[in-house]
Design a protein around this ligand. Structure first.
Ligand code: FAD
Length: 308
């Protein structure tokens, strides 16, 4: 219930105004979002790569209905990719893109605009020598996002996708995408989805995650294991070994600010660990999803407000 309430609040403009207006919120948000500018993103990348970690940068700004904002997001991604290349960080960092941030929801021609915009980001990533992964949003966008992925992969075969284990369809999507050259980031899923399309029970989601991991690890693509769950991390390691994969043949991924000690432990043990690092002014929806994932995060938020 708390999860649904927080996710609903994450979509409410009035709650958003309240949370954003509170000057005490920002220091708490910094735990999950290292800053607002491209410079902040590059600084965080340098720090994380200093610890042997890889990075994927997400420029916040989902659900835009403003073509100008979508264009600004594209410009920002291209700028950041240029700086990563200039500073020798492109081997360590790629970018993650939400198609709704680059126009997917625009009322006329949204999908085409999102495809064209994503293509511009892919061109910049290609020039920088790195990759792009398309984030996955709520289930109403899954077909559109996978369609755009297919189009982009014609010219940029390294474009990756996110699949969400809570969706009933995902095991089949994993089979479809477990092919040579394909990069799939498997997560549990962060949105409030109806029973008709998504498993509701945590244990069912976990079982689906393991089934999907098996398909990806047995397949020919590059699995990206996006979870903070110690059980999923352990099972992924076992499945990789069982399928003859070395540390270079798959990677673990976690969010910025979540289990940082575990992130470094995996890297120190020789694993590839990529930190999903979101930056920008539009942190509200992202932040609320982080609170919804874990009651302890809500307690941390409230405690921080009380002690400031
Ligand atoms: P959970 O089921 O939330 O937690 C399981 C266990 O993990 C907990 O019991 C605890 O032991 C441990 N754990 C979790 N959080 C913490 C914490 N803060 N501190 C200590 N231990 C903790 N979702 C989408 O819908 N679309 C996306 O495109 C997307 N991209 C993502 C990219 C990355 C790299 C990652 C890591 C997540 C992404 N997500 C995305 C979010 C994802 O769907 C989950 O909501 C989120 O990762 C929480 O699920 P979990 O697997 O970490 O485990």
């Amino acid at each position: 219930m708390l999860r649904s309430a927080l996710l609903a609040a994450g979509r409410s403009p009035s709650v958003r105004r309240l949370v954003e207006a509170n000057p005490l919120t920002k220091p708490v948000v910094r735990r999950f979002v290292p800053g607002t500018s491209p410079e902040d993103a590059v600084r965080a990348t340098r720090e994380l790569s200093g610890h042997g970690l890889f990075v994927t940068l997400d420029r916040l700004g989902e659900d835009t209905l403003d073509a100008g904002q979508a264009t600004a997001t594209v410009r920002d991604y291209r700028q950041v990719l240029g700086v990563l290349a200039e500073q020798g960080l492109a081997e360590r960092a790629e970018v993650s893109v939400k198609l709704s941030a680059v126009g997917q929801f625009l009322p006329s021609d949204g999908e085409k605009i999102a495809l064209d915009n994503a293509r511009l980001i892919c061109e910049a990533a290609s020039a920088a020598g790195t990759t792009v992964t398309l984030d996955m949003e709520d289930h109403t966008t899954t077909d559109s996002t996978l369609g755009i992925l297919r189009d982009l992969r014609v010219d940029f075969p390294w474009v990756g996708a996110v699949l969400q284990a809570y969706l009933r369809r995902t095991e089949q999507d994993c089979r479809d995408l477990a092919t040579a050259g394909s990069r799939v980031r498997l997560c549990k899923g962060a949105y409030d989805e109806p029973e008709s399309v998504a498993y509701q029970d945590k244990s069912e989601v976990d079982r689906s995650y393991v089934r999907c991991l098996k398909v990806l690890m047995q397949g020919e693509g590059y699995p990206m294991v996006a979870s903070h769950d110690p059980r999923m991390v352990a099972i992924a390691g076992e499945l990789a070994a069982r399928n003859g994969r070395t540390n270079a043949d798959f990677e673990y991924q976690m969010l910025y600010g979540i289990r940082p000690d575990e992130q470094r432990r995996i890297a120190a043990a020789g694993g590839r660990l990529r930190v999903y690092t979101a930056y920008g002014d539009e942190w509200y929806g992202y932040f609320m999803r982080r609170l919804a994932e874990r009651p302890a995060n809500v307690a941390f938020f409230l405690r921080s407000l009380a002690t400031q």
